[in-house]
Design a protein around this ligand. Structure first.
Ligand code: UGA
Length: 432
């Protein structure tokens, strides 16, 4: 394998993981970000996100002289570095119309277009709509700079593991030679590698995330049906999951799916389909079903609290969008919390990864660093994130602290028998 000179623009979950992992594979990587404070802290070895293994890789890369951090994309193009590959890992959030907002990608492309050495390859790593390779190529106006799509499939909380043990590497471009050069960056990983055209690679990422979202909406709908028919959703999904065509993964019901990717990608694919004149009712229904799941959880909490949420004291266990991350973006837990607040509930929350209030996310919620304080005088205790440590809380103490001893377990995380023995009623999802 050739060690390449690589620039990674953007040091969020995707960019920082990509930079640190590529350095660990032997490449020389310069990571750039516009946030000067973040870069200063990264240089000191402080990794601002909860991602197992990442601080160690960042430290190793820096110590070996293979990984460095600079402020601003342009700074990465120092004369003595001359990158061969530039990864764009800047955010592509949901815009006001539901489509992906590409302004950060375009901004970086404009910033670097005159700095790119001839033959350097531009790689879209962030999730970008079909057509973005062509659009970036036109914006660069550099026929000597090929553009490649190489989507990431990293789950937050296991991003380093996923990067170094990929199920597949997808590289799409009309420039075959550039695509092969990008694929070769990962050759040490020995993963199945798929070389495709640009549009297909761009679509693979949306197709995969939207399929996962549909799997979850299906399971959440099944959970509701199980409640009506007297079945147990876990018995049902276990029975389904043994079929190797279906698999056991991604079959756990919950308060709805969320996070920084699935909601924005389902919305963006719907917009893309609309733009292509294609009606995609299956995907639209999957998104609607997710809103319905949230409403259903609110109904369960309202009933558990005695029929009204006005001035009800609700203790929330979990705020992050899933366990193992400190990310609050588009968290289903916060969507449930917002709906509870709208009905006049008073919320106290505990989350092991979010010990303090976070402006713009936990507004209106009293965030405590002790789960017992969530239970104090509560009309209902609600499990919203599947942190395993919630299983071994002092449930008898929580039961004594609560005004109304009931737990709504939106993740079916707890052992109902343990909770019941502690003196609380247990309300789960798709099982009784
Ligand atoms: C997701 C995809 O899983 C990654 O493959 C993809 O690379 C990433 O988006 C991305 O586009 O960057 P992530 O956002 O980290 O990863 O979250 P997931 O682990 O997929 O979970 C998404 C949501 O589904 C969470 O709210 C989670 O709690 C929920 N979920 C997941 C369930 O409710 N049940 C399950 O069985 C699994």
């Amino acid at each position: 394998m050739f060690a390449r000179r690589i620039v990674v623009v953007g040091t969020g979950y995707v960019g920082l993981t990509t930079g640190a992992c590529l350095a660990s594979l032997g490449h020389r990587v310069v990571c750039a970000d516009i946030n000067a404070e973040k870069i200063a802290r990264l240089r000191e070895g402080f990794v601002p996100i909860l991602e197992p293994g990442l601080p160690e890789l960042v430290a190793e890369g820096q110590a070996a002289g293979r990984l460095s951090f600079v402020v601003g994309a342009a700074t990465a193009f120092a004369e003595d570095f001359s990158p061969e590959v530039v990864f764009l890992c800047v955010p592509t959030p949901m815009g006001p119309d539901g489509a992906a907002d590409l302004s950060a990608v375009e901004h970086v492309a404009r910033e670097v277009r005159d700095l790119l050495p001839p033959g350097c390859v531009i790689v879209h790593k962030s999730t970008v709509p079909v057509g973005t390779n062509a659009r970036t190529g036109a914006l660069l106006g550099r026929p000597d700079v090929p553009v490649v799509s190489n989507p990431e499939f990293l789950r937050e909380g296991s991003a380093v593991h996923d990067f170094l043990n990929p199920d597949r590497i997808v590289v799409g471009s009309e420039a075959q030679d550039a695509a092969e050069r990008v694929a070769a960056l990962y050759s040490r990983l020995g993963a199945p590698t798929l070389l495709t055209d640009s549009a297909s690679a761009e679509l693979v990422k949306y197709a995969a995330n939207c399929f996962l979202a549909m799997k979850l909406s299906y399971v959440n709908a099944l959970a509701e049906l199980c409640e009506r028919l007297g079945a147990d959703v876990h018995e049902v999904t276990d029975g389904m999951g043994h079929d190797r065509r279906i698999g056991q993964a991604f079959l756990a019901p919950g308060p709805g799916w969320g996070g920084s990717c699935l909601p924005k990608d389902t919305s963006a694919l719907l917009r893309m389909s609309e733009g292509a004149g294609f009606d995609f009712p299956l995907l639209a229904a999957c998104v609607q079903a997710n809103d319905h799941t949230r409403d259903r959880m609110v109904d369960k909490i309202r009933s558990a609290a005695g029929g009204s949420l006005a001035s009800a004291r609700i203790g929330l266990l979990g705020l992050t969008f899933k366990a193992g991350t400190d990310d609050l973006r588009d968290s289903p837990a916060l969507r449930v919390a917002e709906a509870l607040l709208a009905e006049g509930a008073e919320l106290t929350a505990y989350d092991p990864a979010c010990p303090e209030p976070v402006a713009g996310f936990t507004d209106g919620i009293s965030v405590e660093d002790d789960p017992l304080l969530c239970a104090k005088d509560a009309d209902a205790i609600v499990v919203l994130t599947e942190w395993p440590q919630f299983r071994s809380l002092d449930w008898p103490a929580l039961a004594r602290a609560a005004a109304r001893p009931v737990v709504v377990d939106t993740r079916n995380l707890l052992d109902p028998e343990v909770v019941r023995r502690a003196g609380l009623a247990w309300v789960g999802v798709g099982r009784s």
